[in-house]
Design a protein around this ligand. Structure first.
Ligand SMILES: [Zn+2]
Length: 83
């Protein structure tokens, strides 16, 4: 991740991080320009999912199938095996 100093625009580095929650992290940053030396905190937040995790899709499918009556489950698996 590229961070720039908000004071001078020079490249900055993340010196440490504080994970306040699994979706919100404070990043402690330090400007790499020796003539500036600005230190500041940036926040990193989770925004949204673009494509669900493959594991989540499998779980969703399993949950959906397990809610179906046994006869309907068998019918679906029979259809899968004939294709
Ligand atoms: Zn700076």
């Amino acid at each position: 991740m590229r961070i720039n100093c908000k004071a001078c625009g020079h490249k900055a580095r993340i010196s440490s991080r504080n994970e306040l929650s699994p979706t919100f992290i404070d990043l402690y940053c330090q400007c790499l320009d020796v003539n500036c030396g600005h230190t500041f905190v940036m926040s990193l937040t989770y925004s949204r999912t673009l494509r669900p995790s493959a594991g989540a899709i499998d779980q969703l499918l399993f949950d959906r199938l397990s809610q179906l009556p046994a006869s309907q489950q068998r019918q679906l698996f029979d259809q899968l095996s004939t294709n």
